[in-house]
Ligand binder design. Structure first.
Ligand SMILES: [Zn+2]
Length: 137
């Protein structure tokens, strides 16, 4: 049992399954300004990728460092309520891996944009340009 109320818990679930989170919107804006066009939240694809580039057969997930257990400072295991968070975040990580390999088997290339990458927009833009190829192509 965890110590969170049901209310808190459903709030957390929304955040995990969240659509239109702040990092996600920031990535969309960045890519749009770079000239890329994409589809959002492909409901029938494994893990419902946040951005889909059908012609390129590429998808992007935008992951919050905490929720998806990124190996960075923001992704550190929480110090409180560990009996609640560690299994939950571990499940998220396992689910992410499963979705990524399912997509790969379907012939899609997957890239993850981590929330912390947004601190270096120029670096992120360069990485995404390399990943996606020329915009508008
Ligand atoms: Zn991170």
């Amino acid at each position: 049992m965890d110590h969170l109320s049901l209310d808190r818990r459903s709030e957390n679930m929304r955040a995990i399954k969240g659509r239109d989170t702040r990092p996600e919107i920031a990535v969309r804006k960045l890519l749009f300004s770079m000239g890329y066009r994409y589809r959002l939240h492909a409901a029938r694809m494994p893990g419902k990728p946040d951005l889909v580039f059908p012609a390129r057969k590429k998808v992007i997930f935008v992951h919050g460092c905490f929720w998806h257990g990124h190996d960075c400072r923001r992704g550190n295991w929480p110090r409180s309520n560990q009996e609640y968070w560690i299994p939950k975040i571990s499940r998220n990580i396992a689910r992410d891996r499963k979705n990524e390999s399912a997509l790969a088997e379907m012939g899609w290339t997957v890239s993850i944009v981590w929330e912390c990458e947004l601190r270096d927009q120029a670096g992120l833009a360069a990485r995404l340009r390399e990943y996606l190829g020329v915009a508008g192509a």
